[in-house]
Design a protein around this ligand. Sequence first.
Ligand code: BTN
Length: 317
Amino acid sequence: MRDLLMLLADGGFYSGNDLGRQLGVSRAAVWKRIQRVTGEYGVTVQSVPGKGYRLSQPLQLLNRDVIQQALPALPIFMYESIGSTNDQAKQLLGTYSAPLAVFAEHQTQGKGRRGREWVSPFAQNLYLSFVWPVTEGLNQIDGLSLLVGVAVAKAIKRLSGIDAQLKWPNDVLIGKRKVAGILLELIGDPVELCHVVIGIGVNLNMLDSFDSIDQEWTSLGKEMGGTVSRELFAKTVLEELAHYLEKQKNHGFSSIRAEWNELHAWQGANVNLHIGTNIVSGQIVGIGDKGEICLLVEGEERKYLGGELSLRLQNDS
Ligand code: BTN
């Protein structure tokens, strides 16, 4: 499929004969592949009599060799279409040792936080799972999901000059809209060797509106008014991630806390923290050394960490 998509990637017209010749298959086989690309990957291919086939919008496919330049020793696994890069990363961990990274062009079952779907159209965004071994005890997990947000925000800044902001624990926003989401999964026994699967989804060139997205979203391309190089973003985010993970491992999350607070979208805001069915109302003071959200509640500072917590503004206008 990749060969066919590479030929069509520029969005130009290609006849069935041309494609068949270049791929070394018959016109009928080309047609069958076009059907698969449409059905399995959700890519729209137009067929115009007398002109041939063309993609409804040009595609940038990821090249592993280019991304590998960021971290030459890192095992990188690339897929065209899989369920979820997080699930694939967990499977690979049975055979390969971490750290390792998994990229996909398309996810059929992209997972978001709190059981949500993560919409993952083909070759438009970044879908990455990075597996990080926890070798220094549980302190290494403190604030981990928050530092990933910092890494993504820094990558956005380096690539576009745009100041993204963070919403606790790890939503990455531009203005009030979500541009990236992070899903961490802990694998193994936390008192023995365990691994963290760090799933990162960044909306890069997504333009369409998808009914299943029930939050305000944007993409970096929309914000920049152009097209983002997916490879360049993938390289940059890997570099930033490796930098912050090492910093956390060597100096703890407290060494990154100030940077997180600088990027904090809701510092000082009045919020409701939803804890299961309970709601705590307070004012955000900042985050603690373990990545907890610190709220001023009835004159007293309280800290909340992890689990199914969700933060909402009290006056969201
Ligand atoms: C969120 O709800 O904010 C978290 C979204 C995380 C999405 C990424 S995309 C790569 C990785 N694979 C998944 O299935 N989910 C994460």
